[in-house]
Design a protein around this ligand. Structure first.
Ligand SMILES: NC(=O)c1ccc[n+]([C@@H]2O[C@H](COP(=O)([O-])OP(=O)(O)OC[C@H]3O[C@@H](n4cnc5c(N)ncnc54)[C@H](OP(=O)(O)O)[C@@H]3O)[C@@H](O)[C@H]2O)c1
Length: 261
């Protein structure tokens, strides 16, 4: 029987570092905030829903960690810049950057049914928001001469199936943005990698996909189960830590074997 339990390793080099997780208010981002805090990082938790952000911050503090609420719409450059100033004042400039905010429909849709609004929304919420966060937080990392960044793609950006083209194109754009940044910043001591998950059962996805459908989906994954937010958090921590010191510009498929490259 395949295990459903994932353990977050203790990466001692993350201790005391400042991390920003966009989309940290729920799902994959929230699990990653918790894992970072358990490894001793000081975590700025971003999202748009202040109550959800406060709940993550409170959970971290209840476990003895350090966290700061950093609400902002990441698709709004001025809002991201204002958040950057608040995070720097409260915790210092982040050395670990996780632009995870995003999402969209995972239901495939005929190409001609994709509206202009669908297209702009997918690009804004995923690719543009990632660009705004990188553009805003990178200068301080360059000045420091060290840092690690993990961006968030999707299996929808790796294979032309299982998601609408607008979402897939936005996520594929994040993969190439990651590679460009990795090529440019490696000599400045900054590593940039990308995670590409598939079928992670967060509160929202689990509510959207009926249990019978989840059962059918399991059969499509070589590892015989669906993913958990902690699976993605574990991969992110590896890519942030010095355990991956010789890895940059990579895309790591956290996809139960569904995507192999
Ligand atoms: N779950 C999966 O199977 C899966 C697979 C592949 C990729 N992904 C990617 O993983 C990331 C997290 O997904 P999830 O499944 O954990 O989704 P989720 O539970 O719906 O969480 C999405 C997070 O992104 C935040 N967010 C969205 N747009 C934002 C914006 N403009 N500004 C700031 N925050 C924003 C949300 O914040 P608020 O709710 O506070 O606004 C929330 O914290 C997304 O980029 C998604 O595309 C997920």
């Amino acid at each position: 029987m395949p295990t459903e339990v994932s353990l977050i390793s203790k990466y001692s080099d993350l201790e005391g570092k400042v991390a920003l997780v966009t989309g940290g208010s729920r799902g994959i981002g929230a699990a990653t905030c918790m894992a970072l805090a358990r490894n001793g990082a000081k975590v700025a938790v971003n999202g748009r829903d202040e109550a959800a952000i406060d709940a993550v911050v409170a959970s971290i503090k209840a476990q003895g960690g350090t966290a700061f609420a950093a609400p902002a719409d990441c698709a709004d450059l001025a809002a991201v810049q204002a958040m950057q100033r608040k995070v720097a004042d409260a915790l210092g400039a982040p050395e670990l950057l996780l632009p995870f905010a995003g999402g969209g429909s995972s239901k495939p849709m005929p190409f001609c049914d994709i509206s202009e609004q669908d297209w702009r929304s997918s690009l804004d919420q995923n690719l543009t928001s990632t660009f705004f966060v990188l553009k805003t937080f990178l200068p301080a990392m360059l000045a420091r001469g060290s840092g690690a960044i993990v961006t968030m793609a999707s299996a929808g950006g790796r294979v032309a199936a299982g998601a609408p083209a607008d979402y897939g194109a936005a996520k594929a754009g994040i993969i190439m943005l990651t590679r460009h940044l990795a090529a440019e910043t490696g000599a400045s001591g900054i590593r940039v990698n990308c995670i590409s998950p598939s079928a992670i059962m967060t509160e929202r996805t689990a509510a959207r996909i009926p249990p019978e459908r989840q059962q059918q989906m399991r059969a499509a994954f070589p590892l015989g189960r669906l993913g958990q937010a902690e699976d993605v958090a574990a991969a992110a921590l590896f890519l942030l830590s010095s355990a991956s010191a010789w890895i940059t510009g990579a895309t790591l498929d956290v996809a139960g074997g569904r995507v192999m490259s």
